[in-house]
Design a protein around this ligand. Structure first.
Ligand code: F6R
Length: 229
């Protein structure tokens, strides 16, 4: 999975200078980041003219906190590649005014231009970014409350469930769907129901990932356990 995803991302970078990569955190893409860093070391791909935009960040959280998504991106990818960190964007989890931070993020996204490829993971509840299942989904980057199930799923990275931030800043569904190309990665049985809901052939905000059916260039990369029957 990691190799296939890395190949697709590398292909986008090799095809176009100044590529804009949309990136995700979580456990799923860690292997892909390792391979991209290796490909960079061996000279296969060059990050010097690349810009990255991340999907989301907890709120409130400082960028130095080792559970922040900024810290995750630095340690899993940016510290190991020849990227200019000034060209790496993650929503500002330490902003005083989170709504303003979301508006600023949309402005920054407009400035960097169209995302060439967006990498996504999927939550057990079908979320992408932190767009949690709900009656209404937001179009643009916004502040969101994490659902109990997401807090529980992410508690494995924290000392206890109580330490998981309850809010996040996340790209909206419209922000995600604006990207030219999307890959969504899913592994393990825990993702089986979410993947099934996404592939069912109907669109429902109770499975935000099902909205990807409206996009014309989405690749699902998953293992047998996540694909189920
Ligand atoms: C992370 C993100 C989330 C994760 C999802 C899966 O930036 O936006 O939607 O992709 O929660 O997380 P893992 O990979 O840890 O199972």
């Amino acid at each position: 999975m990691s190799l296939e995803a890395a190949r697709i991302v590398a292909g986008v970078m090799q095809k176009k200078h100044n590529a804009v990569l949309g990136l995700a955190t979580g456990s799923t893409p860690v292997g892909m980041y390792r391979i991209l860093a290796d490909m960079n070391k061996s000279g296969e791909i060059d990050f010097s003219d690349v810009t990255t935009v991340n999907l989301d960040e907890y709120y409130p959280i400082s960028p130095e906190n080792d559970q922040s998504y900024r810290y995750f991106m630095n340690t899993n990818l940016f510290d190991h590649i020849n990227i200019d960190k000034a060209r790496t964007f993650v929503p500002d989890g330490s902003a005083k005014d989170p709504d303003e931070a979301c508006r600023d993020y949309e402005k920054a996204l407009k400035k960097v231009g169209k995302v060439g490829i967006q990498v996504l993971g999927i939550g057990q509840n079908g979320h992408i970014g932190f767009n949690e299942p709900a009656k209404n989904l937001e179009v643009l980057t916004h502040v969101t409350k994490l659902t109990k199930s997401t807090i529980k799923a992410n508690a494995r990275f924290f000392e206890s469930e109580d330490d998981v931030p309850t809010k996040a800043l996340t790209m909206g569904m419209g922000t995600i769907l604006r990207s030219r190309k999307i890959i969504i990665m899913a592994n393990g049985e825990a993702k089986k129901d979410a993947v099934a809901a996404m592939l069912k052939g109907t669109i429902n905000t109770s499975c935000p990932a099902s909205l990807l059916n409206l996009h014309k260039d989405v690749t699902l990369i998953c293992d047998k356990a996540a694909l189920g029957e």
